[in-house]
Write a protein that binds this ligand. Structure first.
Ligand code: GNR
Ligand code: NI
Length: 170
């Protein structure tokens, strides 16, 4: 088991587009285990491989109260989105300390491979729907702050670069 370092916005590697996983093998299962450990340690409710500098379509999510309902998504696709939207105050492990509202589809249907390499489908709403959409954006190289105004994005970049400098000195 290993904790993986999480890339921080505005790192350009957060904008790389992930490639589909070719085979759900032991290499992928080890990546999934390490990503889950990293997510629970952070703690966060989701983590995309992009955030740990692995550019393959792998996501872990656990939105349960007791952190005992891990979902592993490999090559996930959103196959349906509701017209209805919901606004949620989002955060991101790659954008620490920043929270802002993002509007997304309220309900989605997801098709994905699980850890055994089987195709499964599920419906999501509420925080799970928010989290799946947030993580699939990461796999496409998109960070939630890109939904905010450019004024806010520039303020966030300035603030995080300053935090980074302070952390270097300490
Ligand atoms: O831990 C996380 N919480 C969260 C809260 C609201 C909307 C999305 C998220 S995902 C985030 C973890 C993360 O950065 N995943 O990429
Ligand atoms: Ni995130």
């Amino acid at each position: 088991m290993a904790l993986l370092p999480i890339l921080r916005y505005p790192d350009p590697r957060l904008h790389k587009v992930a490639k589909p996983v070719q085979a759900v093998d032991d290499r992928i299962r080890t990546l999934v285990r390490d990503m889950a450990e990293t997510m629970y340690d952070a703690p966060g409710v989701g983590l995309a491989a992009t955030q740990v500098d692995v550019h393959e379509r792998v996501v872990v999510i656990d939105v349960s109260e007791d952190s005992n309902d891990l979902r592993v998504l490999i090559n996930p696709e959103i196959i349906w989105k509701s017209e209805e939207t919901q606004v949620y105050e989002e955060g991101c492990l790659s954008v620490p300390g920043i929270y802002d509202e993002v509007e997304r589809a309220a309900r989605i249907r997801v098709r994905t491979l699980n850890q055994e390499g089987q195709t499964v489908e599920f419906d999501a709403e509420g925080l799970l729907a928010v989290c799946v959409q947030h993580e699939l954006d990461h796999l496409m190289g998109k960070v939630f702050v890109e939904y905010l105004s450019s004024l806010k994005q520039n303020r966030i970049k300035t603030r995080l670069r300053k935090q980074e400098r302070e952390a270097m000195k300490a």
